[in-house]
Write a protein of this length. Structure first.
Length: 78
């Protein structure tokens, strides 16, 4: 799995936040961040779940289906 970061800012003052604690099990990540000027702690939760096949995959599948139909028509007419 790729390591990546998401830039976040304080929702109150739009200032920078510092990471206090975090945990991830691969599909669910939870982080606790603090904004020092506002003196607020926030929990940030991210969930990673499959949404569906990519558009590129769908295009390849449709093209493959069209090619299969074209070959079948050629065999019938030959």
């Amino acid at each position: 799995m790729t390591t990546y970061g998401l830039p976040i800012a304080c929702p109150t003052c739009a200032g920078p936040v510092d990471l206090l604690n975090s945990h991830s099990n691969g599909r669910l990540s939870i982080a606790v961040v603090v904004c020092e000027p506002c003196e607020w702690e926030f929990e940030v939760t991210m969930r990673l779940t499959p949404h569906g096949r990519s558009q590129a995959h769908q295009n390849r599948a449709a093209q493959s289906k069209q090619e299969s139909k074209r070959r079948a028509r050629e065999m019938v007419s030959a």
